[in-house]
Design a binder for this molecule. Structure first.
Ligand SMILES: NC(=O)c1ccc[n+]([C@@H]2O[C@H](COP(=O)([O-])OP(=O)(O)OC[C@H]3O[C@@H](n4cnc5c(N)ncnc54)[C@H](OP(=O)(O)O)[C@@H]3O)[C@@H](O)[C@H]2O)c1
Length: 265
């Protein structure tokens, strides 16, 4: 079984690293990218075969991942259509490219729309899935299994794909920003940068694990930390009165709206 990647930058590269870490052999993964420099880097760092020839990868792969930017999708799909290949499972992670939009160019192809996130390179990712009806039950299971080795997977109805994308696909960027805000706040009070960042990272990591482990809601956990009249409660009052939750709601809504715009283009 050969896995082919058209595009292997941040996201495609993270998936390839995750696959290698979960036991896939470099000899069974191939990629094509835009520039010879990127192809050389992939060969040297990941040990996979990498080219600047999309057709070669399109022909050789049993399963084809599309990991180019959304703007490159029309060009890549046109290449695929003109290659006149027998349909094979096509796994696209391009923002806003719905199954239906891809099948307008490649009618009848078994299309899997996914939305991964970069922490899957560490085995802590989230991958969202939507399968077209042409994807066989066995392919569904096998493709999902590839990603189960890199974190958690969820099948999402098309109507909720954009908001789910905002939460888990873009979500790491929002969490990084929150970590940065925590660390910067401590730095502003005189803490050294490295220590401030370590404290922020470990706090977010530990808190996320507590939510995942304990059978109580995040709000209940917050109440356990914030004794009434105590210092955490004083901080929580600021968060609540500045409507932190509304800011987060609008952040996800803006992200989902952008995904819808790309889908409509
Ligand atoms: N980054 C994320 O966290 C994230 C999360 C979820 C989903 N995604 C999705 O993943 C996709 C890729 O995003 P990214 O962040 O990985 O982008 P990226 O880092 O810019 O990588 C894009 C890749 O596509 C290659 N490429 C560009 N034009 C090409 C062409 N004509 N033929 C073949 N390869 C070509 C680039 O090659 P060169 O390096 O040679 O230019 C590069 O390897 C997007 O559709 C995005 O919506 C990304």
């Amino acid at each position: 079984m050969k896995l082919g990647f058209i595009g292997a930058g941040e996201m495609g590269g993270a998936i390839i690293r995750g696959l290698l870490a979960s036991g896939w052999k470099a000899a069974d993964i191939l990629a094509s990218v835009h520039t010879p420099e990127s192809a050389n880097r992939l060969c040297n760092t990941l040990g996979i075969a990498a080219y600047t020839d999309n057709l070669r990868v399109m022909q050789a792969a049993d399963r084809l991942f599309l990991a180019v930017k959304p703007a490159q999708m029309p060009e890549i799909l046109a290449q695929l259509a003109s290659a006149q290949l027998a349909p094979k499972p096509l796994i696209s992670m391009a923002l806003g490219w719905t199954v239906e939009k891809i099948q307008r160019v490649l009618p009848g192809w078994p299309v899997v729309r996914i939305m991964p996130n970069t922490p899957l390179a560490l085995g802590e990712g989230v991958t969202l899935f939507e399968f077209s009806s042409q994807v066989s039950a066995q392919d569904r299971q096998e493709i999902r299994a590839l990603f189960n080795c890199m974190g958690k997977t969820f099948e999402i109805p098309p109507a909720l794909f954009d908001i789910a994308t905002a939460l888990s696909g873009s979500g790491p960027a929002f969490v990084y920003d929150f970590i940065d805000a925590l660390a910067s706040a401590a730095q502003a009070q005189g803490m050294e940068e490295g220590t401030a960042r370590q404290l922020a990272v470990q706090t977010v990591l530990g808190a996320a694990k507590m939510v995942g482990k304990e059978d109580v809601s995040p709000a209940q956990l917050a109440r356990k930390v914030a004794t009434p009249g105590g210092c955490t409660a004083a901080g929580m009052e600021v968060l609540i009165s500045s409507d932190f939750k509304e800011v987060v709601r609008e952040t996800l809504a803006a992200t989902a709206r952008k995904a819808q715009q790309v889908a409509a283009d």
